[in-house]
Ligand binder design. Structure first.
Ligand code: NAP
Ligand code: F7E
Length: 342
């Protein structure tokens, strides 16, 4: 009988980590994830797929660790013996990276190097191939040098976060070329979902809108409404991560929709959907501005389509509406629970 494939995911408790875990479990993998110790439970996004490890059917296992702690990363790699590693862990908020640059760069940049070094030694010693996925970002294009952006477009990062991702990108390329690692960079453009962190602009808007609809909130404060992003659906994007590690040779891929929309357009679709006018609710607060802004992102995913058959399945309109629906439903559910109806 074939042994079950084992994957290790950093950032398993995040938006992408949770969808990727679901996808890998569906494909009959054994999934291991690295989580950070926290004073409160931080596994909300994966609780529904977690089974007690004493249960014979358990196929999802969690290990305490941190991207800033190389010794533990090595130990986990030795224990788990994965054939695929997905490096999704990050301080992933661009605005926060300006407040906390050293930590962001340590986790995002050095964290990637720590894993690459651990894989290099493990592979050299055991002769077992470990395929590596690095979660690169469209933020690396920053002040864009070409429209739309593709794999060959030069990077021009505009934040500590983006600078760290560029470092991680080139280290991944460097380890592929120097040590023959099967290491891939996904250059993923913004992708959202009902599981998106509450302080990213899309989720901040849909969550506030749900509360406005339910009469629980009167206004929402935002920053720059003019920047444009290429927004896709997170579930589609984790499929691209997996596909990259199933190819014959490692490579780098842009994953995007090839459409761009401003924050204003996102507001238009979201508020129109519930017959409200966002101008009546959205207020400006300069604290949400960034010292340097990324004005326009739009990605060309032709290579991903041509080589891996990857395509997005959810349009911008569908994405906004599914996020609004999910936040309204979540509020209704929590209200019912509070009233004891559920
Ligand atoms: P996310 O929701 O912010 O999740 C980040 C994950 O990283 C969480 O599990 C978090 O743990 C973990 N983490 C943070 N600091 C860590 C550390 N020091 N050591 C270990 N784990 C740490 O991010 P996401 O949206 O799922 O994105 C996944 C990856 O793709 C990230 O690397 C992000 O930078 C990158 N990316 C995202 C997008 C996007 O649009 N979503 C686009 C391009 C690239 P806690 O739950 O404990 O905080
Ligand atoms: O900002 C503007 C803000 O924080 C989008 C991360 O996943 O995608 C994400 O980074 C835009 C920016 O995402 C608010 O100035 C206005 O122009 O939702 P965001 P991001 O910075 O694009 C990339 C690909 C990643 O890799 C990152 O990890 O929206 N904006 N008002 C605001 N943004 C926030 N957060 N909050 C506001 O109130």
């Amino acid at each position: 009988m074939n042994e079950r494939k084992r994957a290790l995911i950093t950032g398993i408790t995040g938006q992408d980590g949770s969808y990727l875990s679901e996808l890998l479990l569906d494909k009959d993998y054994e999934v291991h994830g690295i989580i950070r110790r926290s004073s409160c439970f931080n596994t909300d996004r994966i609780d529904h797929i977690y089974k007690d490890p004493h249960n014979e059917e358990a196929r999802l296992f969690l290990h305490y660790g941190d991207l800033t702690d190389g010794t533990t990363l090595r130990r986990i790699l030795e224990e788990v013996k994965p054939i695929e590693i997905y490096n999704l862990g990050a301080q992933s908020h661009v605005r926060v990276s300006f407040d906390s640059p050293e930590y962001t760069v340590d986790a995002v940049g050095m964290g990637t190097l720590r894993i690459l070094e651990a894989i290099r030694d493990y592979q050299h010693r055991t002769g077992i191939e470990v395929r590596f996925y690095q979660a690169g970002s469209s933020e690396m294009f920053g002040k864009v040098q070409e429209v739309p952006q593709k794999e060959t477009t030069p990077f021009y990062p505009r934040s500590p976060y983006a600078c760290a991702k560029v470092y991680a990108h080139w280290q991944t390329v460097n380890y592929r070329e120097s040590y023959d690692l099967f290491a891939c960079n996904g250059i993923l453009f913004n992708h959202e979902s009902p599981r998106r962190g509450e302080t990213f602009v899309t989720r901040k808007i849909t969550r506030a809108l749900a509360r406005i609809v339910k009469g629980m909130q009167k206004e929402v404060y935002l920053g720059n409404l003019d920047s444009k992003r290429d927004w896709g659906y997170a579930k589609d994007y984790v499929r691209a991560m997996w596909l990259m590690l199933q190819q014959d040779a490692p490579d780098d891929y842009v994953v995007a929709t090839n459409e761009t929309h401003s924050i204003r357009e996102f507001l238009d679709v979201a508020f129109n959907y519930v017959n409200l006018d966002w101008h009546d609710y959205v207020k400006f607060d300069e604290r949400y501005l960034r010292p340097a802004e990324v004005e326009l992102l739009i990605g060309d995913p032709s290579k991903a389509k041509q080589k891996m058959g990857w395509e997005p399945s959810v349009t911008f309109d569908q994405l906004v509406k599914l996020m609004v629906d999910a936040d309204i439903q979540a509020l209704e559910k929590s209200k019912k629970i509070a009233q004891g109806f559920d």
